[in-house]
Design a binder for this molecule. Structure first.
Ligand SMILES: Nc1nc2c(ncn2[C@@H]2O[C@H](COP(=O)(O)OP(=O)(O)OP(=O)(O)O)[C@@H](O)[C@H]2O)c(=O)[nH]1
Ligand SMILES: [Mg+2]
Length: 338
């Protein structure tokens, strides 16, 4: 039997076969064999202290190796931060195909939406083994316009945080699908964290877990950023007894000292996996078991136990019996932008 490559039909056949094989690899569901989840940190064995417990990072079990994480980020005027934000997420050791990203853009005055679409297109037009599971962008304006020089004023915080709470709830209820085991809240202006952060936070095996967020300073000095991660103290509880129900407590303002024990003031030399129970959390990078949200713990836009937004979420999660912990030695960094 003779077989000639010179015939027109055979050439066509070969071209079709090549296209078929290439498109099979290109469009196949994402699977990332080169990114292994198994990792181990060298840490001392566990022990108990008054302030918290130590646990040991261990390889995740078979089920959680395939855990899908929904990464949620509210955005406003975020153009300067997007390059770094995507670079960091892309560099994590967690397989991209298990990460779904969703954004809520609100009241933005810059090109955040256009830039988001540009990034999403670049990232998702790569070969399948590099792509994220998906990237979704939601948009809702709250008509909330706060000049930059007012954003951190004490008296503006309850309203600002309340709008943030609405944004987070809107994003959460728009994006949460039943396939996700975790929700990771990541602020766009976090500029440094370890690439193993998802595995490390998952290894804590808590309902809500937060690393310790510092300010990224040029001189490398240790400088607190996220003061919303804290423990109540006897003194802080005493103060609250005399407060009006609607009074919102805020950390880091001289106007009203709360006497909480902030995670940024806790020792950071006790091991990366040293964990402490918390009563308030921020959301610069917060990992939440998705069921916590599904069961109804979200971000109060009204004072709940004197807290709104992320700190109110921690209060609510605890009131529902969920565990809320922080890792004082696990450092991540927020940009210094004011
Ligand atoms: N959807 C939405 N996102 C917002 C709004 N304000 C801020 N964000 C985003 O929410 C996240 C946290 O907001 P930030 O402005 O960084 O809040 P912050 O860290 O307390 O304040 P800074 O110290 O100024 O960074 C970031 O990803 C912002 O882009 C808003 O009104 N709506
Ligand atoms: Mg910020």
């Amino acid at each position: 039997m003779s077989f000639s490559l010179n015939t027109k039909n055979n050439k066509r056949l070969i071209i079709f076969a090549l296209i078929f094989v290439l498109s099979f690899f290109y469009f196949m569901p994402t699977f990332s064999p080169h990114r292994s989840l198994s990792h181990k940190l060298q840490v001392p064995s566990s022990y108990q202290t008054n302030e918290g417990t130590q646990f040991t990072f261990k390889n995740l079990n078979e089920d959680s190796q395939q855990a899908k994480i929904l990464v949620l980020t509210p955005l406003k005027d975020a153009v300067p931060y997007l390059d770094r934000y995507f670079e960091l997420l892309d560099q994590t050791t967690y397989p991209n195909h298990l990460l779904s990203l969703a954004f809520l853009v609100s009241d933005t005055t810059d090109n955040t939406i256009e830039e988001l679409h540009r990034h999403a297109e670049t990232l998702q037009n790569r070969f399948w083994w590099n792509r994220f599971h998906d990237i979704r962008v939601f948009h809702k304006d709250f008509k909330f316009d706060l000049p930059n020089d007012q954003r951190h004023k004490y008296e503006m915080q309850p309203l600002r945080r309340s709008v943030m709470a609405r944004s987070r709830n809107y994003l959460l209820s728009s994006a949460l699908r039943d396939e996700f085991q975790y929700v990771a809240w990541v602020d766009v202006d976090v500029v440094r964290y370890p690439p193993t952060i998802f595995e490390d936070l998952m290894a804590a095996n808590e309902d809500v877990v937060v690393p310790n967020c510092l300010l990224d300073r040029e001189d490398g000095a240790f400088y607190a950023y996220d003061k919303n991660n804290w423990q109540e103290t006897d003194q802080s509880m005493e103060i609250q007894k005399g407060l009006d129900e609607d009074f919102v407590l805020l950390e880091g303002y001289y106007e009203f000292p709360t006497h909480r024990y902030l995670m940024v003031d806790m020792p950071t030399h006790l091991g990366l996996d040293y964990k402490v129970p918390l009563d308030g959390v921020g959301a610069t990078f917060t990992l939440v078991k998705a069921n916590v949200h599904r069961e109804g713990a979200n971000f109060p836009a009204y004072p709940f136990h004197h807290q709104v937004e992320t700190e109110g979420f921690a209060k609510m999660a605890k009131a529902m019996g969920f565990s809320v912990v922080g890792l004082p030695s696990y450092l991540i960094y927020h940009i210094q932008n004011h």
